[in-house]
Design a protein around this ligand. Structure first.
Ligand code: BEZ
Length: 212
């Protein structure tokens, strides 16, 4: 299996989930997607993570982004565990969890890192664009729960930079100034970025976020 890289087409698959059988690409439709794996059901950090994503669900919807979780536990286990997540986090899980007992999807997406754990999936995150291409890959160890504010922040950046010739600087968050692409010559900036700009260096030109 070749390693997945940014820009690759996210592998398609069919899988059993807590919300029925899905064909991944068909399920994604024209939306953005977040596919994230967790090591195992009925584990503490995973319980907080899946609850956090349920609490943030409206934020993903606002960004036209579908979320789907995965572990190599079975459907019955997932359905039992969801009851705990909902109780502990006071939420209703609105998104599916893939029951990947065969490890088909885990292997397709290289989610098992044998030197970390021979059988369990690590905490992978894939952000996938409406073109089905992989836009971001993150890998966290089992002992570190993910920061879903960061996932939303990256989606904001990806969606902004898909539409405008800008990039987002360190620690940027939605609403902050952005970097004008170096492919835009100075003389084109006023027409393209009418809110004005500040030249800090010839290659570092900042402008207010254009879609705000
Ligand atoms: C957890 O979710 O708490 C966890 C899962 C697998 C290994 C370590 C921690």
């Amino acid at each position: 299996m070749a390693t997945l890289r940014l820009g690759d087409i996210a592998p398609d698959f069919e899988a059993e989930t807590t919300m029925g059988e899905i064909k991944f690409h068909e399920w994604l439709g024209d939306s953005w997607g977040v596919l994230f794996s967790h090591p195992a059901d009925f584990t503490p950090v995973c319980t907080t993570e899946l609850g956090a994503v349920a609490n943030y669900y409206p934020e993903f919807v606002k960004r036209n982004t579908k979320v789907i979780a995965l572990s190599i536990d079975g459907l019955e286990s997932h359905l039992e565990w969801i009851k705990d997540i909902e109780e502990v986090q006071n939420v209703t899980l609105q998104y599916p969890i893939i029951a990947d007992e065969s490890k088909t999807v885990a292997n397709l997406y290289d989610m098992i890192h044998p030197n970390a754990n021979e059988t369990l999936t690590v905490r992978s995150v894939f952000i996938i664009g409406p073109d089905k291409k992989i836009k971001l890959i993150l890998t966290y160890p089992a002992s570190t729960g993910r920061n879903f504010d960061e996932i939303l922040r990256v989606i904001d950046s990806l969606q902004l930079t898909a539409d405008y010739k800008v990039a987002t600087p360190a620690n940027w968050k939605d609403g902050d100034d952005v970097v004008i692409s170096t492919s835009i010559p100075d003389h084109d900036i006023p027409a393209k970025f009418p809110k004005g700009y500040q030249q800090i260096k010839p290659y570092l030109r900042m402008t207010p976020q254009p879609n705000k």
